[in-house]
Write a protein that binds this ligand. Structure first.
Ligand SMILES: [Zn+2]
Length: 143
């Protein structure tokens, strides 16, 4: 009986009130583990350049960051994403038939936010980019 009484304390104690006030200065949204995809049209691919290095290493260049950033806004209009790395499988890689054609990542540039985005394209000139969100959104409100 004593324990039950202890657990049924009013949750709106003065401490809880302080925590609530602090929380309202942030926009939060849980997206950790969310997966989605976006499509790349032929037109998009025409604006993406695949750079090849002498040793066979390849990277996406051209307008890929602008295209990806615009399309990621459909599933996450909140984060300000910076692309961190990208990797296109080498033409001479023994894994070229099984590994994804492209892998890359992006991260929200707001310091209080820990959202990362993992990106993958399975096939060369693939129509779909697989998107996985890691971490949750936490942004300081402007006002
Ligand atoms: Zn963010």
């Amino acid at each position: 009986m004593f324990i039950l009484q202890g657990d049924s304390r009013d949750p709106d104690s003065s401490n809880a009130g302080d925590a609530k006030e602090k929380q309202e200065k942030y926009f939060r949204k849980n997206i950790d583990g969310t997966t989605t995809k976006f499509t790349l049209s032929e037109e998009d691919w025409n604006r993406i350049i695949i750079t090849t290095y002498p040793r066979g290493g390849r990277l996406l260049s051209g307008d890929w960051t602008a295209i990806f950033r615009a399309k990621l806004r459909e599933s996450n209009p909140w984060c300000q994403l910076n692309f961190r790395n990208n990797h296109v499988i080498s033409t001479n890689s023994p894994k070229r038939h099984s590994a994804p054609f492209f892998r890359g990542s992006a991260k929200c540039k707001l310091p209080e936010c820990d959202v990362k985005v993992r990106l993958a394209i399975r096939k060369e000139n693939g129509k779909y980019v697989d998107v996985t969100y890691v971490g949750n959104i936490c942004h300081k409100k402007q006002n």
